[in-house]
Design a protein around this ligand. Structure first.
Ligand SMILES: [Zn+2]
Ligand SMILES: [Zn+2]
Length: 276
């Protein structure tokens, strides 16, 4: 298989014991790519036998806390398991350097404890940040990655990543409503991973803070319409709001199937999808 996508965390900011925060692993050629670093990401990586030292790069879609909250764990665990200084590469929208600098600052005391304690550890965490924007392209381990603009306003900038290898393509969209950039990101991809909300259910919840999320996330129907318009083969759901409970999968799938006749994957943590 040329691209393999594993949903590490399919949760959202709403705490759920069975769903870690948003993060997805993409393996393509020699590249092992971590997209976002939500709650519990290092535990879920361990669940598929991947340690942070094995990551080729981290790709951040945006800087909302649910997508970066465990970036500190990725950075520290990578650092303490390296045997020589080897920078962790992080790509993300403008603002990523500021976040990484702050995370490293937060960890200053921890770093000093470890430097003082381990004679063979004589370097601080090395992190190599590249801030990216729409239409930027770069290569990691033989995988070609293209950055596309998404629409998660008022949060800005936000991006999605199109990852291509050996004739296959996967779109990692993050949090976004339908937009031109999203259509370009998804065009003719084998796999399209989309954060989704059930707008019909959220509207029933008498809580203004939840009502506020309706205007900057794709509903299940909108994700399906994007997939159909873009000629996607497999539509993969993640980041469920409200949290998807066992037994509800068919209902979520049926809502999408009304608009998209390709394969629909209602993913749980550690669900793996491959490009055929
Ligand atoms: Zn967000
Ligand atoms: Zn989110």
């Amino acid at each position: 298989m040329s691209i393999e996508v594993t949903l590490l965390g399919t949760g959202s900011p709403l705490p759920n014991p069975d769903r870690a925060g948003p993060s997805t692993l993409v393996r393509a050629g020699d590249a092992t790519l971590l997209v976002d670093c939500g709650r519990g990401v290092v535990m879920r990586l361990a669940g598929v036998g991947v340690l942070p030292v094995a990551l080729s790069a981290v790709l951040l879609t945006h800087l909302h806390s649910d997508h970066i909250t465990d970036l500190n764990d990725v950075i520290t665990t990578q650092w303490v398991m390296t045997t020589a200084e080897s920078p962790l590469r992080i790509f993300g929208p403008p603002g990523t350097q500021q976040v990484v600098d702050a995370v490293l600052h937060m960890l200053t005391l921890d770093q000093q404890y470890r430097l003082d304690h381990h004679a063979d550890l004589d370097y601080r965490p090395a992190v190599d940040v590249t801030e990216v924007g729409p239409r930027d392209t770069f290569d990691v381990g033989g995988a070609q990655i293209t950055v596309h603009e998404t629409d998660h306003r008022p949060v800005t900038p936000t991006v999605g990543y199109r990852i291509e290898h050996d004739g296959a393509a996967a779109a990692l969209a993050g949090d976004t409503v339908p937009c031109t950039g999203l259509d370009e990101l998804c065009a003719n991809t084998d796999i399209y991973v989309q954060a989704v909300i059930r707008a019909d259910l959220v509207k029933l919840i008498p809580n203004q803070r939840l009502q506020d999320i309706l205007d900057y996330h794709s509903s299940v129907e909108q994700a399906a319409q994007t997939a159909a318009r873009a000629g996607v083969k497999k539509l993969v759901f993640t980041h469920y709001v409200p949290p998807l409970m066992p037994g509800q999968e068919d209902e979520w799938r049926a809502q999408a199937a009304a608009h998209f006749d390709g394969e629909i994957v209602v993913a749980d943590d550690l669900t793996t999808v491959t490009a055929d």
